[in-house]
Design a binder for this molecule. Structure first.
Ligand code: IDP
Ligand code: MG
Length: 137
């Protein structure tokens, strides 16, 4: 078991609908610890950086507009195997197809407004933490 850090983002619709506490609570109850936390409205530039790998896809512009349209919560979460665990807890991209009990199944609306972002690898986690928090302790 490896102590890791991952980057999570609670997406605009979940912030608007008052689901921040519910979503963060799931991580805390699973033994993970918040090491950085920020509520902010992303600039277009920062949202583009976050989703750089999807540039050129048909949903990219819409996704960037959406993610920079209203406040989001950026989180660095720490714990054993947290990168894979957070992806598991989030569920697959489309909330309608995500496993019951996952965050996306419970709180997501559609494939774009799917409640949460979670880094998909150690490399992505490092890159995303630095985009949103710069250098952390
Ligand atoms: P992931 O968040 O499960 O890793 P990705 O394929 O990396 O999914 O896509 C990043 C984000 O882009 C998704 O979480 C979702 O908000 C959005 N997205 C992905 N595919 C589509 C799509 O087909 N239509 C609209 N939005 C999409
Ligand atoms: Mg992804």
């Amino acid at each position: 078991m490896k102590k890791e850090r991952t980057f999570l983002m609670i997406k605009p619709e979940s912030v608007e609908r008052g689901n921040i506490g519910e979503i963060l609570g799931r991580f805390e109850r699973n033994g993970f610890r918040i090491v950085a936390l920020k509520l902010s409205k992303l600039s277009r530039e920062r949202a583009e950086k976050q989703y750089e790998e999807h540039r050129g896809k048909d949903f990219f512009d819409d996704l960037v507009s959406y993610m920079s349209s209203a406040p989001t919560v950026s989180i660095v979460m720490q714990g054993e195997n947290v990168i894979a665990a957070a992806r598991e807890m989030a569920g697959i991209t489309d909330p309608k197809r995500a496993k019951p009990g996952t965050i996306r199944a419970d709180y997501g609306i559609d494939v774009q407004r799917n409640a949460i972002h979670a880094s998909d690898s150690e490399k992505s986690a490092k890159r995303e933490i630095s985009i949103h928090f710069g250098q952390l302790e």
